[in-house]
Ligand binder design. Structure first.
Ligand code: ZN
Length: 130
C-alpha cells in the first residue's frame, strides 16, 4: 500500500481533528510522528511536523473533502436577505464546541466554536449561521 503525506501539522490536536474528519467520511488515514512531537514539540521541526498520511489513491478525494468543507462554510456566509457577502459577525458563546466547528476554525483560522450572528452591512439584516 502506497501512502502519501496529505498535510503537515505542528499540533497533535489539529492533526487529530482533520484525521477524525476524514475518517468520518470513511477515508483511511493515519498520523506519523504524532507521539514524538506530542511529547516534545521541539521535535516538530526536526521531524517535519506531524504528517497526515493517506493512501495514494485517496489523495484526490481527501483534498476534495477538505476543500468542500471550507466551501460549504463560505457558501453559508452570505446575507440570506440580499445575498451580499459584505457581512460582519457578532459572537455569542456556545456551550458546546463540536469537532466539526473546531475543525473549521482551524482550517479557516477563525473561531467557529462560538455561535455566530451576522449582520449584513448592506441591508442591516441580522441572521445566524448554521
Ligand atoms: Zn443583506
Amino acid at each position: 500500500m502506497e501512502t502519501i503525506i496529505l498535510k503537515r501539522f505542528d499540533s497533535p490536536v489539529e492533526a487529530n481533528i482533520v484525521k477524525g474528519f476524514l475518517e468520518s467520511n470513511d477515508l483511511f488515514c493515519f498520523l506519523q510522528d504524532e507521539h514524538s512531537i506530542g511529547m516534545n514539540p521541539l521535535y516538530s521541526n526536526a521531524l517535519g511536523g506531524i504528517k497526515l498520511m493517506v493512501r495514494a489513491e485517496d489523495e484526490e478525494r481527501a483534498i476534495d473533502l477538505l476543500s468542500s468543507s471550507a466551501m460549504d462554510y463560505k457558501a453559508h456566509n452570505t446575507c440570506p436577505q440580499c445575498g451580499s457577502q459584505d457581512i460582519h459577525f457578532i459572537t455569542e458563546k456556545k456551550n458546546k464546541a463540536n469537532w466539526f466547528s473546531i475543525f473549521l476554525s482551524l482550517l479557516l483560522g477563525s473561531p467557529m466554536y462560538v455561535k455566530k450572528k451576522y449582520e449584513c452591512s448592506i441591508c442591516k439584516n441580522v441572521f445566524e449561521s448554521e
